[in-house]
Every structure is written in C-alpha cells, then in structure tokens.
Design a protein around this ligand. Structure first.
Ligand code: FES
Length: 186
C-alpha cells in the first residue's frame, strides 16, 4: 500500500509549508523526512521518499540525496532501538572500535542488522558533536556518553526488560554544555 500521512500529520505539514514561499518548499524536506520516518515504520522506503518528493513537488533524486546524506534517516527497517555509535575522530581514539565490537557481540548482530528479538540495530555514524565525551552513541534523541562495557551492559539489559532509560546528560561532561556556558575566567 502506498504511504499516506495521517490527517493530523498532513495538517502539521500544511502549517509548516505555509512558512515558506511556494518555490522554496524544499526547505521543509528535513522535517518531512522526520515525520515520514516516524509514521511509516521507522525507516524511509523508496515509496515513502517518492511520496515526500511528490508532496514537496521535488524530483525523487532530491529526496534520496538528502535521506542518504544524514545518518539519522534509516533506509531499511531497524530494530525498536537503534544504537548509533560514533566511529570517527576522538571517539575512534577513545575506543569506539572495541565498543562497537562489544555491542554487536553482546546483541549478536552485525552492523545494520536487526537482532533476532527485533529490539536492536547497531549503526556506525559519523561525528555527533559530542567529541569531549567520547566514546559515545545516540539512542533516539538521547546521547549516551563516556561509554564503557559496563554502561552498555546496563543499557541493553534495561532496554531488554522494557525499562525506561533515565540517563540525564551530565553537564560536567558535556562539551556542548560547556560551549554554551562560555569560558570561565575563574
Ligand atoms: S568524534 Fe564522536 S562525537 Fe565527535
């Protein structure tokens, strides 16, 4: 069946599009792709991307280009939880490779595969701008920083048991937080 946004999403989209001139509808592409991924099974199939292109009067290739550039858009089905582990720069220097190896062995998957229980997919991603707390990964909208095997054990076990993850960002460790606060003279 062809993807079709729900009435409420379409009304949000119309509100969004009203912010842009008619010839600049492409500016709404990123939010539309997020909505599409959320509404159509957690990933962007070719049919979904074509549908978004049609809504924005774009050529499908314009949508494919953007969707394939950003790692937050999944082009194939994923597990319920997508562990996006940074593999570049400071994360690589701080053990990302062995962390990725540990996570995939613990879950029993290869990169981009869905675990047999349908719960997990592990992805390797580029810098997530939290280099000061390397190695780190993103889980949904949450950053999980200063990864250790023990922390991974705890997170995966809790997710398996359907527990909430109350991992608040640690301001002391967050380079983003420090940048926002500005340099202290003290
Ligand atoms: S290198 Fe991993 S967050 Fe920047």
């Amino acid at each position: 069946m062809n993807p079709t946004f729900s009435e409420s999403t379409l009304s949000n989209i119309n509100r969004l599009l009203s912010r842009y001139p008619a010839d600049k509808r492409k500016s709404a592409l990123l939010p539309l792709l997020h909505m599409a991924q959320a509404e159509f099974g957690g990933y962007l199939s070719p049919e979904t991307m074509d549908y978004v292109a049609q809504l924005l009067t774009l050529r499908p290739i314009e949508v494919y280009e953007v969707a394939s550039f950003y790692t937050m858009f999944h082009k194939q089905p994923t597990g319920k939880y997508v562990l996006e582990v940074c593999r570049t720069g400071p994360c690589a220097l701080n053990g990302a490779e062995s962390i990725i190896d540990y996570i995939t062995r613990k879950i029993g998957v290869t990169i981009n595969e869905i675990s047999s229980d349908g719960l997990f997919t592990v992805k390797e991603v580029e810098c997530l701008a939290s280099c000061g707390t390397a190695p780190m990964m993103q889980l949904g909208e949450r950053y999980i920083e200063n990864l250790t095997e023990q922390k991974i054990d705890d997170i995966i076990d809790r997710l398996k048991h359907g527990e909430r993850l109350d991992i608040e960002p640690n301001p002391e460790n967050s380079i983003l937080f420090r940048s926002c606060q500005g340099q202290s003279n003290g």
